[in-house]
Each structure stands twice: as C-alpha cells, then as structure tokens.
Design a binder for this molecule. Structure first.
Ligand SMILES: Nc1ncnc2c1ncn2[C@@H]1O[C@H](COP(=O)(O)OP(=O)(O)OP(=O)(O)O)[C@@H](O)[C@H]1O
Ligand SMILES: [Mg+2]
Length: 363
C-alpha cells in the first residue's frame, strides 16, 4: 500500500456530481498536484482529504490507516489556504506557535520549534511583526510554517500562490521547492496553473469535470497526453482530424489528415485501420523551411499569416488550407544561415512522425 491512497472517491452537491470516482496514490515525500480548470472539483477533493467535507463514497488511507471517517484534528494533516488565514491580532511568532501551544507543548520547546520554522522559511527577523505589516509572499511562508510546525504527515496546499503577482509567484515556487526538500513532508498541491504544477510536482493528476483524466510525471503528461482535454489544457497544441488508412508496422500507421493528405505517425495507442483519430502536434515540434524539406520529414506547404516575437522564441501562424498551424521556433536552434520567414512568405511546415500524438476522435 502507498503512503497515501484515495480510492473511488465520490461527492455530490445536490444533483451535481462534483467528484466522480477519483482514485490516486501518493508516495511518502512526494509532491503530488491536482491540476484542472476552475470548478472541476480540486478543492472538494482536498476538503474531503482534510476531513472538512464528507465523501458520498470511497475510502481514504494515510500511512496504513483508514482516515475516511476521522475528524480533521485526528488526521495528522494540515492545510495551507490561498488567503493565508493568519490570525491578525497575533504576531508572526504567535501565529506559528499556535498549533504546538494549543496541544500543550511546554513553552521553551515551542519557542525552539518556532525558531526552527523561522529559519526554514528564512524570516528570522520578522518574528515580532504583525501580519498587517508584512508582504503577501511573507504571509504565505508564515502560513506554511504554521502548518509545518505541527509535523503533519501530509500537507495540503490549495492554490497557495494565487494571490501573489507573477514575480513573487515564481520566487515562492522556488521557495516551496526548497522548503519541501528541507522538511521532506508529503505535499498534495492544488492549482489551476499548469506552469506551477509542472515545475513543482513529482506527479500530476489532471482533472476535468470531477474526473481524473490522467496521472503522470510532468513530462509524461506533456509528451504523452491520453485525452484531447489533457493535450489542450497542458501547453499549446494543434489538432487535426483524421482516419487511419494503413498500419505500416507495429509502431507506425498512416493517417489521412483531413484536407492535408496522408502522413505516417507514431501509433502507441494501437489505433486500427478505419479508426477516426485526432492528431495532436505541439507548436515546438514543427519546423519552418523556406524550401521543401527532404523526404524523411512530414511536411505541407503554407503561407505565414502572423508572427509574434516573444524574446527567446518566435511564434508563427501558418495558413495551410483550412488550418492555421501554430509553430514555435527557438532562436538558438536556428543556424546562422536560417532566414527568418516574414508575413506572406511561402513556407513548408515540417514535423517528424514520432512527434505526433494520436488521440481518440470526439466524432
Ligand atoms: N458547498 C457547496 N455546495 C454546492 N456546490 C458546491 C459547494 N462547494 C463547491 N461546489 C461546486 O462544486 C464544484 C467543484 O467546486 P470546487 O471548489 O471543488 O472546484 P475547484 O476545482 O476547486 O475550482 P477553483 O479552481 O475555482 O477553486 C463547483 O461546481 C462548485 O460550484
Ligand atoms: Mg478551488
């Protein structure tokens, strides 16, 4: 049995099936994220894990103990919320000391524990300040310290960075990563921000409409999405509809991509001749050529419609028949003799047959 297990969890609010048969396991010390759009049920799952909401079905286990029906204070789980929920009338030290003090630990020991936490969150000098007089990022670190001082077996974090501006969010992500490395506590992290989930997590569960669509490492989810939703929610992609016309061998198949023609594609999901599929190709998997490329690359001819310079990369939209193909080119990948295409140029958009993900077609 894994350190933490959620089995077939269900939750209804009236008719609304908010959590639909959610199951996952988390290893000890792992950072596991629940990622999905607003309203998909992430907070509801977290509240059921914390004991603040009763499931309508399913079981929850933590460290070899079933906790499904235990009250929150018996679960050895702490939660960090988006809005920090610090006590405004207490100093930073007293906020952090709150848990151990109420559980009757001796004052000298509490002071030592608070010092240790202030060290971990690197706010040693702010102990005597009041919450009103510190920044958002500092409040967030204090909320984390106040949870971690209780030495929970599991720390739940619900969109902990959502209230911070972009720069601070990026800094706090690194801080969270460092704090996690230092304390080694198991984290379940809820976010709707794919960048946050990708950079912090060991594994991610992608949710849509109350259901978990895929669980995997950030790279697995990005490189090998299992559904159309996962492919489009994590990163950008281009979708093409098509039909399998021929299985070339055990690995490759030929797809008639509507309006474009027949192209070979890697077929790890074992689609059969006649199956309708959606072909997903990420923008950075494409290359743009000013001349027709060689035979080993799939390619089609088009015209550059839009260009957006983004610093480290440039984004192109190339019109190919009914499609507007989105291509991202990293400048450092271009050779010196590469001529940047410009608006209206005739170009060839090319891709390798391995850089294609075949998904079940919605039609
Ligand atoms: N107490 C409640 N009573 C009725 N419906 C609720 C309640 N709490 C949540 N819901 C509904 O359940 C669904 C899932 O809500 P939840 O808060 O879990 O979503 P979320 O994924 O955390 O979204 P967000 O990213 O916006 O925080 C939503 O449709 C929400 O309106
Ligand atoms: Mg939420």
């Amino acid at each position: 049995m894994d350190f933490f297990e959620l089995g077939n969890l269900q939750k209804y609010f009236g008719e609304n099936h908010v959590v639909d048969d959610a199951s996952f396991c988390v290893k000890r010390g792992e950072v596991f994220s629940l990622l999905g759009p607003s309203g998909c049920g992430k907070t509801t799952i977290l509240r059921m894990i914390g004991g603040f909401e009763e499931p309508d079905g399913g079981k929850i286990f933590l460290d070899n103990e079933e906790i499904t029906n235990l009250p929150p204070n018996k679960r050895k789980i702490n939660t960090v919320f988006q809005n920090y929920a610090l006590f405004p009338h207490m100093s930073v030290r007293d906020n952090i000391a709150f848990g151990p003090r109420t559980s009757g630990i001796k004052e000298a020991e509490v002071e030592k524990m608070v010092d240790e936490m202030l060290e971990i969150i690197r706010l040693k000098d702010l102990g005597d300040r009041m919450p009103a007089n510190i920044s958002g990022g500092q409040k967030q670190r204090i909320a984390i310290a106040r949870a971690l001082i209780n030495k929970p077996k599991l720390l739940l974090l619900d969109e902990p960075l959502a209230a911070l501006d972009l720069k601070l969010r990026q800094y706090m992500l690194l801080e969270l990563d460092r704090i996690h490395d230092e304390v080694g506590t198991t984290f379940i992290y809820v976010t709707h921000d794919q960048g946050e989930a990708m950079s912090l997590s060991d594994r991610i569960a992608v949710m849509n409409n109350g259901k978990i669509e895929q669980i995997g490492t950030p790279a697995e989810i990005y490189e090998n999405p299992k559904t159309r939703f996962v492919a489009s929610f994590i990163g950008d992609t281009n979708f093409f509809e098509g039909t399998v016309t021929e299985n070339i061998d055990r690995e490759y198949t030929k797809i008639d991509m509507v309006g474009l023609g027949e192209y070979p594609a890697y077929n790890d999901k074992k689609f059969e001749k006649g199956d309708r599929v959606t072909v997903s190709i990420r923008p950075e998997k494409f290359s743009i050529f000013m001349k027709e490329p060689g035979d080993n690359l799939n390619n089609c001819e088009g015209v550059v419609e839009d260009i957006v310079y983004q610093g480290a990369q440039t984004r192109y939209w190339v019109r190919v028949k009914d499609y507007r193909i989105n291509v991202v080119m990293q400048h450092n990948r271009c050779s010196l003799d590469f001529k940047q295409p410009t608006w209206g140029d005739k170009v060839w958009v090319a891709w390798h047959r391995d850089d294609v993900t075949l998904l079940e077609s919605p039609h």
